[in-house]
Design a binder for this molecule. Structure first.
Ligand code: PHE
Length: 389
C-alpha cells in the first residue's frame, strides 16, 4: 500500500482567508504530512510521497500556492504568503528528512538475521544494523587567531576598554589622510596597499582600498564619541605582501586608543607592560624603542624579552634563533596621538592627550603557540587547527 492511498487529505479551497482560518487549514495539512511521512518505509513509497507533496504539477505545495495564496484577497495576501512560505519550508524539510531516514534504515541486516532469512546475503529494508559504529560528531575548535584575538581583547576589557569595529573596505581618508599621512607622503609606501580598481576619477580621499591597518577605527571612534575614550578595535587587515613563513596578505590586528585629559607616555608604558605580562607571563619585560608613525608623536616599537631564552640570547649553549641572540622580540607599534590627528576629529589638542597602539594577532599567536609558519593559520588543515581545542 502506498502512502498516497493511505491518506484522504485533499487541499481545501478557502473561503475565509483570516489568519485564524489559515492557521486551522495549515494545521490540518501538517497533521496529514506527518502521518504520511511516518508511513513511508521504503524508497518506492518515499517517491510517491515526494511527488504527492512537492511535484511541480499539482503537488500539494503547488495546490496551496494556487488555492490559498494566488486567490487570496489583497488584504490577506501578506498573511497567506507568510503561511504558505512556512508550509513550503516544513513540507520540503519533512520530505528530505524522510529520504534520509529511508537510507539509514535500508541497511544490510546483521549476519545472523540474514542467514536465518536466506542463504544468500540480502539487504533487509527496515532493519537497523546496531553493530555498525555510531556517527561521530567531532567538536570544532576555536581558530587560534580568533582565540588569540579574544584573549588580547579580554586583557583590555578587564582594564575598562570597550570594543569598536570598522569596515575592512576603507576610504583613503580614514586609512591615510586623517591619520596624518598626506597624499604622496613616503610613509604610505611602508604599507603596500590594495586599492579597488577603476576609481581614478574620484577625489583621492574618497577612493576605496582594503584597510592596511586597524588605525582608521581610531578616527571613526573619535568622530562619534567625545573623550574620555578607551577602546580596542580588533579586525582583519590587508597588504599587498607575497605570502611566506612570516607574511600573509591577510592578517589581523588589535588597535588600542585612550584619550583623556592628562594622559602621558607613562600611562602608555604601564598599560602595554601590563598587557604583555598578562599575555606572556609575569616574568616578561618590555622595552620601548624609538620609531615613527605619522599619527603618533613620539612613536615607539615595543619589544618584549625573548620568551624562548628568557632574554639571555642563548639557549642550551647555542644562539637563540627566536630573538637572533638579541634577547628581545619586537611586537607592536605605539605612541602618543599626534595633535594633528586630533584636529581631523575636532578634539582640542590643548585639552586632551592620548596614546594609541597596534599589534599583529598572528605574530602574538605564533609566539604563544610556537608556530613556525604563518600560512598554517590560513591553510585550513584540521590536523593543525584541532590542536587548539
Ligand atoms: N597602525 C600601525 C601599523 O599597522 C601600528 C600602530 C598603531 C602604531 C597605533 C602606532 C599606534 O603598523
Amino acid at each position: 500500500m502506498t502512502a498516497q492511498k493511505k491518506s484522504e487529505y485533499a487541499v481545501p479551497k478557502l473561503k475565509d482567508f483570516s489568519a485564524k482560518a489559515l492557521d486551522a487549514a495549515a494545521k490540518k495539512l501538517l497533521a496529514a504530512l506527518e502521518k504520511e511521512a511516518a508511513a513511508v518505509s521504503n524508497e518506492a513509497e518515499w517517491k510517491v510521497f515526494r511527488d504527492r507533496w512537492i511535484a511541480r504539477t499539482n503537488g500539494i505545495l503547488t495546490q496551496i500556492n494556487d488555492q490559498w495564496l494566488k486567490v487570496a484577497p489583497k488584504e490577506a495576501k501578506r498573511d497567506a504568503g507568510q503561511k504558505v512560505n512556512e508550509l513550503k519550508a516544513k513540507v520540503t524539510g519533512t520530505v528530505e528528512g524522510c529520504e534520509k531516514k529511508e537510507i539509514k534504515v535500508a541497511v544490510t541486516a546483521p549476519a545472523k538475521i540474514r542467514d536465518s532469512l536466506s542463504h544468500q546475503p540480502q539487504p533487509v529494508s527496515g532493519t537497523l544494523d546496531i553493530t555498525l559504529p555510531g556517527t561521530r560528531r567531532p567538536l570544532g575548535a576555536e581558530h587560534p587567531v580568533i582565540k588569540t584575538m579574544n584573549e588580547i581583547v579580554g586583557v583590555f576589557r578587564n582594564l575598562g576598554y570597550s570594543v569598536e569595529e570598522g569596515p575592512e573596505i576603507e576610504t583613503d581618508y580614514y586609512n591615510f589622510e586623517a591619520l596624518n599621512f598626506p597624499p604622496n607622503h613616503p610613509a604610505r609606501d611602508t604599507q603596500d596597499t590594495l586599492f579597488i580598481a577603476g576609481q581614478e576619477n574620484k577625489p583621492l580621499r574618497e577612493r576605496l582600498l582594503l584597510r592596511t591597518h586597524t588605525s582608521p577605527v581610531q578616527i571613526r571612534t573619535m568622530e562619534k564619541m567625545k573623550p574620555p575614550v578607551r577602546v580596542v578595535c580588533p579586525g582583519k587587515v590587508h597588504r599587498n605582501d607575497a605570502p611566506d613563513a612570516t607574511h600573509s596578505p591577510i592578517f589581523h590586528q588589535v588597535e588600542g586608543l585612550a584619550v583623556d585629559t592628562n594622559i602621558t607616555f607613562c600611562d602608555l608604558k604601564g598599560t602595554i607592560d601590563h598587557a604583555m605580562k598578562a599575555l606572556f607571563g609575569s616574568s616578561v619585560k618590555t622595552r620601548f624603542y624609538p620609531s615613527f608613525f605619522p599619527f603618533t608623536e613620539p612613536s615607539a616599537d615595543v619589544q618584549i624579552s625573548c620568551i624562548f631564552c628568557g632574554g639571555k640570547g642563548y639557549r642550551d649553549g647555542a644562539r637563540c634563533p627566536n630573538c637572533k641572540a638579541s634577547g628581545w622580540i619586537e611586537l607592536l607599534g605605539c605612541g602618543m596621538v599626534d595633535p594633528n590627528v586630533f584636529s581631523f576629529v575636532d578634539y582640542d589638542p590643548k585639552k586632551y592627550s592620548g596614546f594609541a597602539f597596534g599589534m599583529g594577532v598572528e605574530r602574538i599567536a605564533i609566539l604563544k603557540y610556537g608556530v613556525d609558519d604563518i600560512q598554517l593559520f590560513f591553510n585550513g588543515d584540521v590536523r593543525f587547527l584541532e590542536q587548539f581545542g
